[in-house]
Design a protein around this ligand. Structure first.
Ligand SMILES: Cc1cc2nc3c(=O)[nH]c(=O)nc-3n(C[C@H](O)[C@H](O)[C@H](O)COP(=O)(O)OP(=O)(O)OC[C@H]3O[C@@H](n4cnc5c(N)ncnc54)[C@H](O)[C@@H]3O)c2cc1C
Length: 358
C-alpha cells in the first residue's frame, strides 16, 4: 500500500491536475526512514526488512559500526541493528494532498455538503434474506441525517455510504446500530480517538541534510523540518500514559520527561534544544490491531468502511481510495488486494498485527 502511495505521489500531476489550475504541490521531501532496534528487537527488524524487500521496497540493514560511519551524529549505545529506507520514503504536506484530492473531485462533478452526520434512517427490506435472521425482518440503511452549518437538518438518500469519519468512525457506525444491534450488528467498530503530540524543536548544531527520519527503539522519532536547525519529534504514549481526548491541549511535561531524554542520549547535539512549537492531533486508533479496516460491512449491503489507520493513514490513503473505488465499481479488488483488512477479521478474530510501527 505504501509503495502504491509513493507511486501515486510521483505521478500526482497526472492523477490530480485540474485544467486551468497550477499542478498540485505537496512539497514532497524525499528522505529515508531509519528504524533502530535493540538486541531484543533486532530479529523483528531484520524480518520486516526482508519482507519489505521481497515486496519491492529498497532498504539496507546497518550494524552499529556502519550506522556510525553513515550518520556520525548518532550514539549507537544499546543499538544492535538499523534499517534504512533507500527509496520511496519521505514526507509531504498532507493538507495540500487533501486539498488536491478535493479540487480534483470537484472538477469531476462531486458535490460536497458541509455538515455533520447525526443519524441514519432505516428501511425495511422484506425480500432480503440473511443467515440467522427471521425472513422479512431485515432493515437496511437508506438515508443519512445531516446537520448543516446553518443548523438545518437534511435527510440525504444514498445508494452507497462509506464510513470514513476518522477518529469518530465508531460514533457514526453506532448511529447505524453497529455495535448496538443483534447478530452481526453486535460487533462494534473498534476505532477511537487517541491524542498524539508533535513537538517542533530547534538545535543549533544538530544533524544536517543527511538526516533520515530516525526512530529510536523506544518509539521516539525525529526528523529535520527545513534547513534552519528545526526538527519535529514525538512518541506515542504508553498505554498507562494515554492522555484524555477531551481537548487537544499539549502536555509539555511529556516532552521534558519522555522525549527529550531519549533524543539527548541518541543524538548528543540534542542536549541543547529549544521547543519552538507543539500541537496535538487525534489518531483514529484501531484498538483491535492498529490497522485499517477497509471493505464492506457484513450486514449492510450498501455500506463500506475505510477507517482505523492508527497513525499511517496518509501514506495508505491513495491505495485505500483505489481499493474502495474498485470494490464499488468493479465488485472486487483489481489492483491491490485489501481483503485482509476487511471487517470480517473482527468476526473471525484474525488480527492483522504489524510489529515496529510508529
Ligand atoms: C500527530 C499525528 C501524526 C501523524 N503522522 C502520520 C504519518 O506520518 N503518516 C501517516 O500516514 N499518517 C499519519 N497520521 C495519521 C493520519 O493523519 C490519519 O491516519 C489520516 O488522516 C486518516 O484519514 P481519514 O480520512 O481516515 O480520517 P480523517 O483525516 O480524520 O478524516 C475524517 C473526516 O471525517 C469527518 N467527520 C467525522 N465525524 C463526522 C460526522 N459525524 N459527520 C461528518 N463528517 C465527520 C472529519 O471532520 C474529517 O474531515 C498522523 C496523525 C497524527 C494525529
Amino acid at each position: 500500500m505504501s509503495l502504491f502511495g509513493a507511486e501515486f505521489l510521483r505521478n500526482i500531476n497526472q492523477h490530480l491536475s485540474v485544467e486551468g489550475h497550477d499542478p498540485p504541490d505537496v512539497q514532497f521531501t524525499p528522505c529515508g526512514y531509519l528504524f533502530l532496534a535493540s538486541e531484543k528487537g533486532a530479529q523483528q527488524l531484520e524480518e520486516n526488512a526482508k519482507l519489505q524487500k521481497k515486496l519491492g521496497a529498497k532498504n539496507e540493514l546497518l550494524t552499529p559500526v556502519k550506522l556510525k560511519q553513515k550518520f556520525p551524529w548518532i550514539n549507537t549505545d544499546g543499538i544492535a541493528l538499523g534499517c534504512h529506507g533507500l527509496e520511496n520514503e519521505g514526507w509531504f504536506d498532507p493538507w495540500s494532498l487533501l486539498y488536491a484530492f478535493k479540487r480534483k473531485a470537484l472538477s469531476l462533478g462531486v458535490e460536497y455538503i458541509d455538515g455533520e452526520a447525526i443519524g441514519f434512517e432505516f428501511k425495511k427490506m422484506p425480500d432480503l434474506l440473511m443467515d440467522g435472521m427471521e425472513p422479512g425482518s431485515y432493515e437496511g440503511v437508506d438515508k443519512v441525517l445531516v446537520r448543516t452549518e446553518s443548523g438545518e437538518i437534511r435527510s440525504v438518500k444514498f445508494g452507497i455510504v462509506i464510513i470514513a469519519a476518522g477518529p469518530y468512525s465508531a460514533k457514526v457506525a453506532r448511529m447505524a446500530r453497529i455495535g448496538t444491534g443483534d447478530g452481526m450488528l453486535s460487533i462494534p467498530l473498534p476505532v477511537e480517538p487517541r491524542k498524539r503530540y508533535v513537538f517542533c524543536i530547534n538545535c543549533k548544531n544538530g544533524p544536517g541534510l543527511n538526516t533520515p527520519l530516525t526512530i529510536d527503539p523506544s518509539g521516539t522519532y525525529f526528523r529535520r523540518e527545513g534547513l534552519a536547525g528545526n526538527y519535529i519529534c514525538g512518541r506515542s504514549p504508553l498505554p498507562e500514559e494515554e492522555p484524555s481526548v477531551d481537548n487537544l491541549d499539549v502536555d509539555h511535561d511529556f516532552f521534558d520527561k519522555n522525549i527529550w531524554p531519549v533524543l539527548a542520549s541518541r543524538v548528543p547535539a540534542f542536549e541543547a534544544v529549544k521547543v519552538k512549537n507543539a500541537w496535538g492531533g487525534y489518531y483514529e486508533y484501531n484498538t483491535y490491531d492498529e490497522n485499517g479496516i477497509v471493505g464492506p460491512h457484513p450486514y449492510y449491503i450498501n455500506m463500506y468502511i475505510a477507517t482505523g489507520f492508527s497513525g499511517h493513514g496518509i501514506q495508505h490513503a491513495p491505495a485505500v481510495g483505489r481499493g474502495v473505488m474498485e470494490m464499488i465499481l468493479d465488485g472486487g479488488f483489481e489492483t491491490i488486494d485489501l481483503t485482509r483488512m476487511s471487517f470480517d477479521r473482527l468476526i473471525m478474530d484474525r488480527p492483522l498485527i504489524e510489529e515496529n510501527i510508529v
